[in-house]
Write a protein that binds this ligand. Structure first.
Ligand SMILES: Cc1cc2nc3c(=O)[nH]c(=O)nc-3n(C[C@H](O)[C@H](O)[C@H](O)COP(=O)(O)O)c2cc1C
Length: 183
């Protein structure tokens, strides 16, 4: 069994990375393999809205852009569960997370449906005022729901709550892995 952690922040030692590390530790404690995917390190272009807007992906289930998208997509299909961890920018997902999910949604909802019913765990990390973490989680869940993916939980990590949410994420990672094992 393996769980993919898709995360996005340019900071390898920031709040988002800390949240990701806690969840990863919790998952690994259950003996589950983790496939870590750091979107900021990958070559991922934006959707070009080809084919008059509907895209070749609607008929072929593949994106025409040759970059790291196809490999990353396959890793998510192969995973038993998926954790999304994003920094909060402008009350929303990072640009890298948005770009990746835009293309994933087109291939998935238009054609493939490989990720339907996949269990997910969502975390948004807002190190500023903390405002926008909830909107970010909402936007993420909306996008996932277009692919019929299921959110088991959504956790906002902000400056005010990080002392208690970061340790809790380790427990949450373990609970998430156990839930997937049982299902
Ligand atoms: C472009 C940009 C937009 C941001 N927007 C928000 C925001 O809407 N709300 C918030 O609380 N923090 C905001 N922040 C702060 C980040 O959420 C904060 O830096 C957070 O710690 C990001 O995770 P990191 O530590 O991994 O960089 C923003 C930061 C940047 C760079």
């Amino acid at each position: 069994m393996s769980i993919a952690i898709v995360w996005s922040s340019p900071n390898k030692n920031g709040l988002t990375a800390s949240a990701k590390n806690q969840i990863k530790e919790g998952i690994e404690k259950t003996g589950t393999k983790v496939e870590e995917i750091h979107l900021n390190e990958l070559k991922l272009e934006h959707c070009r809205a080809c084919g008059n807007g509907w895209g070749v992906c609607k008929t072929k289930g593949e994106c025409i852009i040759k970059d790291d998208f196809a490999d990353t997509y396959k890793k998510l299909v192969d995973a038993d569960g998926i954790v999304f961890v994003t920094a909060v920018y402008w009350h929303d997902l990072t640009e890298q997370m948005k770009a990746f999910l835009d293309r994933l949604r087109r291939c998935e909802s238009g054609h493939n449906g490989y990720l339907a019913d996949k269990k997910c765990f969502l975390t948004a990390c807002a190190g500023g005022t903390g405002k926008g973490a909830i909107e970010c989680l909402h936007n993420l869940e909306e996008t996932l729901s277009h692919m019929n993916m299921t959110a088991c939980d959504r956790i906002p990590v902000i400056r005010f709550n990080k002392e208690y949410t970061l340790p809790a994420l380790k427990t949450a990672g373990g609970v998430f892995a156990d839930a997937i094992k049982e299902s």
